[in-house]
Design a protein around this ligand. Structure first.
Ligand SMILES: [Mn+2]
Length: 264
């Protein structure tokens, strides 16, 4: 039997705001009311809502530890260290790995990836994965869509001479893992303006920051957005703010020029 659903209607939009917006944009009050209910109250806000711009993306260095993460990746790249991009096995995790891996591979051949086996390794950074990294000469692991609770694993990796950078979007516990850098917009001590990025979104911010720091043009990142929009839709993060901009351009990329793996 179907579950009973209870509809909770939103409060009607403030008529003053509706009137003002409808006059400012020259649109019908019904449309204006729909916008106001979505938090779009000014001409400027309406413009970014209807014409999302990549210029509206936030500076990735506003995210806590981004400077440390970028510096550590740079050191690994210039000294040709082995970098292991380590994900989760779901859509967000695998798209995140594909995005960060394909970016780093443009500049280094010492990059590889690891997707844990759901049954053999279990979720997240595992002892088995770390052992594999150590046995294969990796000295830096970048976790994506996982790692925010991997305190013990990060210590274990450290004991094997492996540094860890965490890119996650799950809710942290009281004690943050002792990693070189912990990127997670849900950290309490992080004041990044948007905290509903997907795991892949956090990986993208790392790539964006790295590019910004080392003079790589932003346009070269656009081909990565097909993966990002898939993560945004599959992980059910909110289609607002920065996600809306990334999804808009991601869909464009996905429709016009998707990578092989995403071609219909
Ligand atoms: Mn996720």
């Amino acid at each position: 039997m179907a579950k009973e659903r209870k509809w909770i209607l939103k409060e009607p939009a403030d008529p003053d705001k509706v009137g003002r917006l409808s006059a400012e944009l020259g649109i019908d009050r019904v449309l204006s009311a729909l916008l106001v209910k979505r938090g779009v109250e000014t001409f400027e806000q309406a413009r970014s809502f209807f014409r999302p711009s990549l210029n509206d993306l936030h500076d990735p260095f506003l995210m806590k530890d981004m400077d440390k993460a970028v510096e550590r990746v740079r050191k690994a790249m210039t000294s040709e260290e082995g970098i292991l991009v380590y994900g989760d096995y779901d859509v967000d995790g695998t798209t995140a790995v594909a995005l960060v891996y394909s970016f780093l591979r443009r500049y280094s051949s010492k990059v590889d990836f690891y997707i844990p086996d759901r049954y053999e390794d279990g979720y997240g950074l595992s002892f088995k994965g770390i052992d594999w990294a150590a046995d294969n000469g990796f000295s830096l692991i970048i976790t994506l869509d996982c790692g925010i609770k991997a305190n013990e694993k990060v210590e274990y990796a450290s004991g094997k001479g492996i540094d860890v950078i965490i890119c996650d979007h799950h809710l942290p516990e009281a004690v943050i893992p002792p990693a070189v850098a912990v990127l997670d917009p849900k950290r309490e001590d992080d004041s990044y303006p948007f905290d509903d990025l997907s795991g892949c979104g956090v990986g993208f911010k790392l790539v964006q920051a790295y590019s910004q720091a080392y003079g790589i043009p932003f346009e070269t990142l656009i081909p990565l957005l097909d993966l990002l929009v898939v993560s945004i839709s599959a992980d059910l993060v909110s289609m607002t703010g920065e996600n809306r901009v990334l999804a808009h351009y991601g869909l464009k990329q996905l429709n016009e020029n998707p990578r092989k793996g995403l071609q219909p």
